[in-house]
Design a protein around this ligand. Structure first.
Ligand code: HEC
Ligand code: HEC
Length: 220
């Protein structure tokens, strides 16, 4: 009985974490290319929803410095991917990493190779935090905040945030948790940890930065 419980627990853990199936063999961009052409091309070849396109240096300029490991984490935790919803057509971490390595290889020449994996730990963490925040934001918050309904401060619209500019992230998170005006408590979402609400708000605030590109809704 004990052994059964242990093996059940182990099976549950292996299913829930990709790292449990990590393999030692080196990544293979050639195998990655053929997998890419099966699973990824439909969005990435066309840049659907701002998906970075292979061979397009501009699409990858900010991503090469993040390195393959951070991009991998973004794919399994961020928005836009099946993996982040726990549904995966590909079962091995090695396969997914090989696909990403192929994609990165399409834009790396001798010069840009120097950029790979040069971002600071803080920048990598911020990137993943914003992707996580965006994924949660897109579950509920977008319903009002994409459109500015009922006086909701709008994504990508600094004017609508003006009256809140002196509030820090803790005060903003407090408003969401308690509810404010036409916003229900928890922004109408399931109860989440404070740090998750902060990730969502950080994503919303990042949309006010210059040069921000709105993610399209045609690709989920
Ligand atoms: C349904 C469409 C879709 C499919 C299929 C898809 N992607 Fe993406 N992918 C996206 C979008 C959209 C983004 C941009 C997300 C964003 O705004 O950061 C993205 C971003 C990425 C990134 C950059 C992540 C980051 O942190 O910036 C990588 C790497 C990636 N995808 C790899 C893959 C791989 C590998 C596959 C195939 C196994 C795949 N994608 C399949 C839509 C897709
Ligand atoms: C039903 C629509 C609706 C939903 C869903 C919603 N909001 Fe809001 N939100 C509003 C409105 C309306 C306001 C403006 C409230 C006011 O100032 O009276 C607001 C205000 C805010 C503010 C500014 C608070 C302040 O102190 O000024 C933040 C931050 C925010 N929402 C985040 C979120 C997050 C995160 C989610 C998802 C978990 C979310 N909202 C879901 C309608 C909504």
């Amino acid at each position: 009985m004990k052994r059964l419980m242990v093996s059940t627990l182990f099976a549950a853990l292996s299913l829930s974490t990709w790292s449990a199936v990590a393999e030692d063999k080196p990544l293979d961009p050639v195998a990655g290319k053929s997998l890419y052409e099966t699973y990824c091309f439909m969005c990435h070849d066309r840049g659907l929803g701002n998906a970075p396109r292979p061979a397009d240096k501009a699409d990858w300029a900010k991503r090469l410095p993040l390195g393959e490991d951070t991009l991998f984490k973004g794919v399994i935790d961020g928005p836009s991917h099946m993996y982040s919803k726990g549904i995966s057509p590909v079962w091995s971490e090695w396969e997914l990493r090989s696909m990403i390595s192929y994609m990165m290889g399409t834009v790396t020449d001798a010069d840009s190779q120097k950029q790979v994996n040069t971002a600071s730990a803080a920048d990598k963490e911020r990137h993943l935090n914003l992707l996580h925040g965006r994924k949660l934001y897109e579950q509920v918050c977008f319903k009002c905040h994409d459109y500015g309904d009922l006086g909701a401060p709008k994504l990508g619209s600094p004017e609508t945030w003006e009256e809140r500019k002196d509030k820090d992230i803790d005060a903003l998170a407090r408003s969401v948790i308690d509810g404010k005006g036409h916003m229900y408590a928890h922004g109408g979402s399931n109860s989440r940890s404070i740090s998750e609400f902060k990730s969502m708000i950080e994503y919303m605030l990042s949309s006010l930065e210059k040069g921000w590109v709105s993610p399209q809704k045609d690709c989920k």
